[in-house]
Design a protein around this ligand. Structure first.
Ligand code: AMP
Length: 407
């Protein structure tokens, strides 16, 4: 393995030429999920070619790509072929190994750069980086043994969240500790470098999408209000129904973060908002984000187009909200698991649950359906989402939730 990428700094410079990549050029994306798919749809609309690199055949992003390279992220030859076939590379998934991104960056610009990925791939590195810059984060301790965890519980008290430092998303690799008697069991489940973090009694969660172009220009969206269920995003509203002072704080922090990272592309900063109106950063996602899906319909420039504009060196688009909006995620749970779907399945294949009643959900003329083309529904798996625009974000939320209920 070669050396780790350096930590990002505000002075990080894209080593490649700053000539814009215009429509007709080819965008490569590392990662083949739904975020890649929606990036691909935006790329196609703008007249770009689109190549996907990822390990899965028949993946959501591959359906809208000109070409997919199906390979492991450790496959140097495949990475070289991929990097040579595109004009710029971006990412839809922050767990792409930083070494793979570094390899590609020797051939083609990778935006955001491997340094940002490297920072993001370790919660402890990320939290320390934020803390060193006086950016607001919940109190935490580094933990790499049961003794560390006991010490953290003595210092921070309980309840706590114990989170694996690496390879976690959507609440994976996290254990909630409500009482000191649960420390041993929690450590048994994690058994890896981790952080112990106070459980924030938040009033709500919000996120801010912010983009930075190649020339350092910044474009920021209205904060989004988010509700999670089982640590997975369930519902988003834009504009966020929070005080103007909270929004001002969150927007200022998001801008500080992207400037300190010096990254090119779209960043989502997720926040907890306390009862006192203080914002604390939960985590950074240096990519398009689930809470930004409603920008497709609700904003002048969607988060997907914005990411492409940023990485192609184009001027950033307006982030103006056209109309209040809400988005409800559709997990595999909305399939009919109790119905017998086996009648329509060949005997050799395992029975799939019956599909949701799409027609019922679409009776509301305001509701837009997005499906990600995943053949196999699973509980907790993100299969699609619903968006609605309305005179008020709460009215839009009622519309998408009623449509989801009708499924
Ligand atoms: P994460 O994967 O870290 O973004 O966590 C997913 C969700 O779990 C968050 O959006 C919160 O709803 C919840 N969560 C994670 N960490 C904390 C914390 N320290 N305090 C309260 N809730 C948390």
């Amino acid at each position: 393995m070669s050396a780790s990428p350096p930590s990002p700094t505000a002075t990080a410079v894209d080593a490649h030429a700053v000539k814009p990549i215009l429509p007709g050029g080819v965008i490569g994306v590392m990662g083949d999920g739904q975020l890649g798919r929606m990036l691909g749809l935006a790329a196609r609309r703008m007249g770009y070619g689109f190549v996907v690199f990822g390990p899965e055949a028949d993946s959501p992003a591959s359906h809208v790509a000109d070409h997919q390279i199906i390979a492991d992220y450790a496959d140097r030859d495949a990475l070289t072929r991929f990097a040579r076939s595109v004009d710029v590379i971006t990412l839809e998934f922050e767990n792409v190994p930083a070494q793979a991104a570094m390899h590609c960056a020797t051939i083609t610009p990778v935006r955001p750069g491997p340094d940002v990925l490297h920072l993001k791939q370790d919660r402890l590195r990320e939290k320390n980086w934020l803390l060193q810059r006086d950016l607001p984060v919940p109190e935490f301790r580094a933990v790499s043994s049961i003794d560390d965890l006991r010490a953290a519980a003595r210092q921070l008290g309980t309840p706590l969240m114990l989170k694996r430092a690496s390879w976690g998303y959507d609440g994976k690799g996290q254990v909630r500790i409500t009482d000191p008697s649960e420390l041993n069991e929690a450590w048994e489940q994690i058994q890896a470098p981790a952080i112990a973090e106070v459980l924030v009694p938040f009033a709500c969660e919000i996120s801010v999408l912010v983009a930075r172009g190649l020339n350092g220009n910044i474009a920021i969206y209205e904060p989004v209000w988010n509700r999670h269920r089982n640590q997975i995003l369930d519902l988003s509203l834009m504009p966020a129904p929070v005080d103007a002072a909270v929004k001002t704080q969150a927007v200022a922090v998001a801008q500080q973060v992207i400037e300190a990272l010096g990254m090119v592309g779209l960043l989502c900063v997720e926040f907890f908002v306390t009862a006192e109106g203080q914002v604390l950063i939960n985590e950074l996602a240096p990519r398009v984000h689930n809470s930004g899906h409603l920008t497709i319909e609700a904003c002048v420039t969607s988060q997907f187009e914005q990411q492409l504009r940023a990485v192609c060196g184009l001027p950033l688009g307006h982030t103006t909200l056209i109309q209040p909006a809400a988005m409800a995620n559709l997990l595999g749970d909305v399939w009919h698991w109790d119905a017998d779907g086996s009648a329509s399945s060949p005997a050799a294949r395992p029975a799939l649950p019956a599909p949701p009643n799409w027609a019922a959900a679409l009776t509301s003329a305001a509701v837009k359906l997005h499906l990600y083309g995943k053949a196999e529904p699973r509980r907790g798996r993100k299969m699609g989402h619903l968006t609605a625009l309305a005179s008020d974000a709460q009215v839009a939320a009622d519309l998408v939730q009623a449509a989801r209920q009708a499924l």
